[in-house]
Design a protein around this ligand. Structure first.
Ligand code: CA
Length: 241
């Protein structure tokens, strides 16, 4: 029985960078698929889905955002680590909104990229062999199939929003700090950009569409998942026995 290595696709048009990343990844025990433009990457990744994609943003033929968007549209997108020289807030947020799992700004250290790849894969694979489908407060989460329903209505979340929701739902009533949520769901990537968590939570609340939201803001600290009492119908007059 052969132990198959996890496969990482590297999409980078600069040959030196591509080879450097490949060498570091192989040394860390990964198999690599190498692509030098967006169109080739899209076709290749669709044909043979890797465990993770390292995706440069500035690419010939199709740029990284376009590749990311099309992969997400397929519905079977592997996790994506974006590489970019762009450092503006709007590009960073665009990557997040399109569902990237992490983000590294050039110039980067290849060793750090490998660490982030490993961190994403750990997050995606998750740890505990706990029940993988749960329903709390009308929200059903199927962690194996990455499906979320609210009162029977399917809700499409980005991978990061999905992980935020599962982290919060695993500890109802507990306050998780922004840092814990960053580490657990967003990645230690954005170098202390705590506010990324706020953006993701705001999107998540909006998509869940529950009023009041079971995700409570704990000012100055973080967030808490606190579902309403079972059977308590809001607005109903209390009945005495
Ligand atoms: Ca490039």
């Amino acid at each position: 029985m052969s132990t198959s290595k996890p496969v990482v696709a590297v999409v980078e048009d600069e040959p030196a960078l591509r080879q450097l990343l490949a060498a570091y990844l192989q040394r860390a025990g990964f198999a690599v698929q190498l692509y030098e433009d967006g169109a080739a990457a899209l076709a290749g990744v669709r044909a043979q889905v890797p465990d993770l994609v390292i995706l440069d943003v500035l690419l010939p033929k199709l740029d990284g955002f376009e590749v990311l968007e099309r992969l997400q549209h397929d519905g079977t997108a592997p996790p994506v680590l974006l590489l970019t020289a762009k450092t503006t807030e709007s590009d960073r947020l665009r990557g997040l909104q399109l569902g990237a799992d992490d983000y590294v700004t050039k110039p980067f250290s290849p060793a750090e990229v490998v660490l982030r790849v490993e961190a994403i894969l750990r997050r995606v694979r998750g740890g505990a062999p706990t029940p993988r489908t749960r329903t709390v407060a009308g929200i059903t989460v199927d962690e194996d199939r990455h499906l979320v329903e609210v009162a029977g209505r399917p809700v499409t979340l980005t991978p990061t929003e999905f992980r935020l929701l599962t982290l919060l739902m695993h500890r109802p009533g507990w306050t998780l700090t922004r840092q814990q949520l960053l580490d657990g769901a967003v990645g230690t990537d954005f170098l202390g950009y705590d506010r990324n968590v706020d953006v993701h939570v705001a999107n998540l609340r909006k998509k869940l569409g529950l009023r009041p939201s079971p995700i409570h803001t704990v000012y100055g600290v973080g967030y808490r998942f606190d579902p309403p009492e079972e059977g308590g119908s809001s607005g109903a007059a209390p009945s005495s026995p």
